[in-house]
Structures are given as C-alpha cells and as structure tokens.
Design a protein around this ligand. Structure first.
Ligand code: C5P
Length: 400
C-alpha cells in the first residue's frame, strides 16, 4: 500500500537555493500516492521554473491569489488539503507564518487552513541562528505545527553549517507521520530489537554486531501507520510516541520473558533482534581477573528460541496473532529461509543475505526476500532499512 494514498497536499516552495529540491520532493510525494498542488512564491520562480511544476504536479500550480479561475483559491486550497508542506521554508516564510501575515498566495493559504502544516526550513547558517528566526520557529512549534530542522553541510557559496534542506526522505517521513494512512490504528505489535548481551562476568559479555537499525525503522513505520508498539530492545531508541512502550533488556532470557509477557495482549510479534543462541551457564559474580593462574573456560548452554516459543504459545490465543521472524543467511538464501520458516512456525520470515558487503550486519541498507508460510514470497531489492521496514510492515498489515 502507498503511504500517502488518498492524501491531498499543498506544496509551498520558498525562494531559496533549495527550491530545486522541491521538484524531486513533489515527485516522490506523488509516487507515495499523494495529490500535490504546488504553491510557488514569486521569489521561488527565480530558482525554479513554473513549467517544471506544471508538468510534474498533480494540479496547476498557484503563484498568485488573483490570476486563476477561483476568486478565493486560498480558502479553497486551505480547506481541501490534508496538509500544507513548505520546502524550502525560508526565514521570510517562517517570519510571516509566526505573525500570521498574508501578503501572497502561500502565506495566505498557510493562515487559511486548519490542515496540518509542515515547514522544512532551509536558509543560510547565519539566518537559521538569528534570534528572530529562532523565536519564530519556537512560536510556530508551540502552536503545534511541525518545523523540520535544516541539516548541516555545504551551503550556497561554499559555506558550511546548519541550513541545508532536510533530506527528501526525512520530509516525506514527516508528512507520512502527520497525515499518512493509519490502517494499523488499534493494532498492537511487539518488536524485538538489537543484539542480546550474554554476561560472562559483571563487565564482560558475549555479543553480536546487530545495530538495531532495522528494528528501529520497523518501529517508526508501525507508529506512522497508527499501531501501538512495545519495543523489547537491547539498544536505546531515538523515537518517542505516546503509542510506544520501550522495555529495555540485555540477555536472551530477559528478552524471552519480556517478549512473552508483551505478546499476551498483542496482535503481532516482529522478532527483529539478533538473539544469542548460547549463554554462559554460570557467569562470574565478580570481575574475572587476569593472572590468577587459570585461563577461564566458558561453559555455554542453549538459549530458548523466543520466536518458536511465542509461536507455540500463540496457538492458544483465541484472536489472530501474526509472527514475523528475521533470518540472516550467507548462502542458498531462499532455500534455507524456507527450512527456517517451517522450523520456527512463523507466518512471515524476512531473509537477508549477509554475505554481501552492502547488507552486512550494521549497514544502512538491506536486500531481503520476504517469505510467507503459504509458500509465496516477495523480493525487496537493495534499499535503505527504512524502505525495507515499510515493506515488512506492508506484509504484516496484509496478514492482519
Ligand atoms: O538465529 P536464527 O536464524 O534462528 O534467527 C531467526 C529468527 O529467530 C529471528 O527472528 C530471531 O530473532 C529469532 N530467534 C529467537 N530466539 C533465538 C534465536 C533466534 O527468537 N534464541
């Protein structure tokens, strides 16, 4: 499912050098399913051409309140859209919006709407740091509107600092979070995240290279779609939501207990964590010291298979409960994945080939095959983990 299916947007473009990026943003918002009406300020047309927006926008661009068919385009647009997105939002646009000034089509539409407003700021670094801009941004945020901070990097003229328009994905994710489909509202999903740490002594552990990035991306995608999430995680999560409960754990045994308890009230489990297969049978109570004459020997015992355990318990649930596992394989990815989905008994298994440089543990991208228990499968080519997360959540949403 497209994340912005049926969503209507006004895309305001301010007069800054980043205006050229608004073209790609508009394209991508339309790809995500949105209908986009471009609202171009007079100054933006010094940086980008009207023809480009006419050719690529869903509707005819608005450049003035007075040269179209409608005598009241601002109220018509303001009432008809789910969100007004402004990218780039210049210091001037932020200033006008902070005081409610209306002297052109964009500033007037911003004040004539009760739709969501998302402003992706971009300007020169001195402007972003100016107390007037800082106060305007604070005022706008205090009123409940979204301002996306600019990124750090090279600015016009070769200067370096905070001022670059946020990456297109960041702006799109923000639009999805505000007005995207909430098809998972009312559903509760448990997601396990990160690599477990199996204690050797109070300061040492057996761990693995899992970064938790994929699990984190899945939590974000679920929250965007309206789900409630319990994240059973070994790593800290950089996301806050009233619909997110984080249960911090370290070892496989702790993760097992927390996951089973959380699944009792949930609709699905996504088992993203890299769980250690073995733990030290009896960890030392105090730090093991070097030079005591004997080299320590670790006696390992097997950890429970959390996913298989939850699958078997969920058979007793009277409600529908979907289980999703992850598997990292280095060869015969699909064949080994099929064996694993049968062994674990889960409904969906996301298999990735970790033998490739780009998809190793900890990398930013992934390439996966999503296997379903009914024998069907879906290949997701190399993409950032947030894009993979969307596909995994789509697969889950179809089953739920
Ligand atoms: O390590 P393995 O390939 O068996 O992992 C496949 C799936 O099983 C993953 O989703 C992982 O989180 C889960 N798993 C588990 N408990 C274990 C080992 C793995 O739930 N002890």
């Amino acid at each position: 499912m497209k994340r912005l299916e049926g969503v209507s947007l006004a895309l305001g473009v301010g007069g800054g050098i980043a205006a050229y990026k608004a073209v790609e943003l508009m394209r991508r918002l339309i790809d995500e399913g949105a209908t986009v009406t471009p609202i171009l300020t007079a100054n933006s047309l010094n940086f980008v051409g009207l023809t480009t927006f006419r050719a690529l926008g869903s509707n005819e661009p608005i450049t003035s309140l007075f040269n179209g068919d409608s005598p009241i385009p601002h109220t018509k647009i303001g009432q008809g859209v789910d969100a007004v997105v402004v990218a780039p939002a210049t210091a001037d646009i932020l200033s006008k919006f902070a005081v409610g000034s209306c002297d052109d089509a964009l500033s007037t539409i911003l004040v004539s709407t009760d739709a969501k407003v998302i402003l992706a700021a971009a300007m020169h670094k001195e402007m972003w740091a100016h107390p007037a801009v800082v106060e305007n941004v604070a005022t706008i945020r205090r009123r409940g509107f979204v301002v996306i901070d600019p990124e750090h990097g090279i600015l016009a003229g070769g200067d370096v600092g905070f001022g670059r328009l946020a990456a297109t994905e960041v702006v799109i994710d923000s639009v999805v979070a505000e007005v995207g489909s909430k098809d998972l509202a009312g559903k509760s999903v448990v997601v396990t995240i990160g690599g477990t740490r199996e204690a050797i002594d109070p300061v040492r552990f057996i761990g693995n290279r899992s970064s938790g990035k994929q699990g984190f991306a899945i939590v974000s995608a679920l929250l965007d779609r309206g789900a409630s999430v319990v994240a059973v995680s070994t790593v800290e999560l950089q996301v806050e939501s009233p619909r997110l409960e984080v249960v911090r754990v370290e070892s496989a045994l702790e993760m097992d207990g927390a996951t089973r308890r959380s699944c009792e009230d949930a609709d699905a489990l996504i088992m993203c964590a890299a769980v250690a297969d073995y733990r030290v049978e009896t960890p030392w109570n105090s730090k093991f010291k070097r030079g005591s004459g004997n080299v320590p020997e670790l006696k390992l015992v097997e950890n429970p298979d959390i996913l298989a355990g939850v699958v078997s318990e969920s058979k007793k649930f009277s409600r529908k409960f979907i289980t999703v596992g992850f598997a990292a394989e280095t060869d015969d990815v699909e064949k080994n994945g099929r064996l694993k989905i049968a062994k674990k008994g889960c409904d969906i298994l996301v298999v990735n080939d970790v033998s490739k440089e780009e998809t190793r543990f900890g990398s930013a991208d992934n390439e996966v095959v999503i296997l379903f228990a009914d024998g069907s499968s879906r290949f997701v080519p190399l993409a950032p983990k947030r894009a993979i997360a969307i596909e995994v959540v789509n697969a889950l949403a179809e089953r739920l």
